[in-house]
Design a protein around this ligand. Structure first.
Ligand SMILES: Nc1ncnc2c1ncn2[C@@H]1O[C@H](COP(=O)(O)OP(=O)(O)OP(=O)(O)O)[C@@H](O)[C@H]1O
Length: 421
């Protein structure tokens, strides 16, 4: 028996809830698979067509990807909907699937406007499978957390209206309305474990626990609220420990229990957009940074930098800063400058920062101490130290700032390579 009701009901529930938010338009992330095709159709039935459009991201990883673009285009034409394709370049990496996802969400983030809502076809089975995959990977509450039905995204919102709808119901919906869809061959190859769960493990579990998918989805919801609580505590602790100019205060950190220390560190690294280190590295950081004697200069490296100790505070130092040797080079300022150390100063930056210097014979140097700086249009010079303080350049980064000199006088300061630490 066909049951198209759950999809239509989920979409109308979503729209009823959302009428208070009044999005100016909805963007369906259309892969061409059954889930997003059903979502597209259900929204097209219940919304004015002018407020709906579909976007397909072409990852250009498979030969058939442009055919899927045509397939999606034809479908939207039949439904009278606007349709766009965005081609993305996926970085070559160990996990192409993860890189493709990153590129996909980046592209979507770039097009979702202030009052717009991105809609994806995630459903209940995705939720259950993801929970089990994460569990077998040994994940904690964060990995086991349910995907939220709605979250801030780009300048707008990302919503998943079908999280409580099963895959079976979605397939029934497509059959009922005679909707064509494509099977992504990558699902067969790269999602081996997900397919194993989907085809073997979950059906077996259902013979004993018929509602297991809904139950797993609930368990995942509980993990999400646990995670929210953890993040709330971590953010409060972090606010107490962190000083914008100095870093993470060791004396404030040691006043916390070890588990809270770990979460503050994770929170900090997340803010810095750094990869999360393993628990082993985390323990090493806590051991060496908080418990070794205060004169030592410990440093724990991972990802693209290191955590170091500096005057009673933990600081994050990027490799690029750490490895920068003293610089003394010339620049005619008519094209980008690539320094021998690999740092690049773009001409565009100079055009915006100090247009009067473009095309002039300039020198690029790291500071030696005592230099003064004449800001653009300023009558008097100020000390570089004052300038660094005003601009929030951290003390440990200042030796790596690049001074741009014209006729022997510092006229601009390049700090874009010094990511916040
Ligand atoms: N190439 C694509 N173009 C547009 N939308 C896509 C594309 N791929 C996936 N989507 C959207 O994302 C939804 C989930 O797709 P899928 O389950 O394949 O994602 P995933 O790779 O598991 O990653 P994630 O769950 O993080 O999105 C689809 O229902 C669809 O709405």
């Amino acid at each position: 028996m066909n049951n198209q009701e759950p999809v239509a009901a989920a979409v109308s529930r979503f729209l009823a809830q959302d009428s208070s938010q009044s999005f100016s338009s909805y963007v369906i992330a259309l892969s061409g698979g059954a889930d997003s095709v059903a979502l597209l159709h259900a929204f097209a039935q219940q919304l004015k067509k002018a407020s709906l459009r579909a976007v397909y991201i072409d990852h250009q990883l498979q030969e058939a990807s442009s055919q899927w673009a045509t397939f999606n285009q034809d479908l939207c034409k039949k439904l009278g909907l606007k349709f766009d394709v965005i081609k993305v370049k996926v970085a070559d990496a160990a996990s192409l699937e993860a890189e493709a996802r990153k590129a996909r969400y980046k592209a979507f983030a770039g097009i979702i406007g202030r009052d717009e809502c991105l809609l994806t076809g995630h459903h209940q089975d995705d939720q259950a499978e993801t929970l089990l995959l994460q569990l077998f990977r040994g994940a904690g509450p964060k990995g086991l957390s349910a995907m939220p039905e709605q979250a801030a995204f780009g300048k707008g919102v990302h919503a998943r209206p079908m999280l409580q709808v099963s895959k079976r119901d979605i397939l029934d919906y497509c059959e009922h309305y005679n909707l064509p869809f494509v099977e992504d061959p990558s699902n067969q190859d790269t999602q081996y474990r997900r397919n194993f769960l989907r085809k073997k493990v979950i059906p077996l579990m259902e013979t004993e626990w018929p509602e297991v998918k809904a139950t797993l989805a609930r368990a995942s919801d509980i993990q999400a609220s646990t995670q929210e609580l953890i993040e709330e505590v971590a953010s409060t602790d972090f606010a107490r420990c962190f000083d914008l100019d100095k870093g993470l205060s060791i004396s404030s950190l040691v006043a916390l229990s070890p588990v809270r220390q770990t979460h503050v560190l994770r929170y900090w690294l997340q803010q810095l957009d750094q990869d999360m280190p393993s628990q082993k590295v985390m323990d090493q950081v806590l051991q060496q940074m908080l418990r070794s004697d205060l004169d030592a200069q410990p440093s724990v490296s991972f990802g693209h930098g290191a955590i170091k100790r500096f005057q009673g505070y933990l600081i994050w130092v990027n490799d690029v800063i750490d490895e920068l040797e003293p610089v003394h080079e010339t620049w005619t300022a008519d094209s980008d400058l690539e320094l021998r150390c690999g740092v690049k100063i773009s001409l565009n930056w100079l055009k915006q920062d100090s247009p009067e210097l473009v095309g002039k014979p300039l020198q690029v140097k790291t500071r030696q101490g005592g230099e003064r700086f004449r800001k653009r249009n300023a009558e008097h010079t100020t000390s570089l130290k004052n300038y660094f303080q005003e601009e929030g350049v951290r003390p440990w980064q200042r030796d790596r700032a690049l001074l741009i000199l014209f006729k022997g006088e510092v006229r601009a300061v390049f700090t874009e390579h010094l990511q916040q630490g």
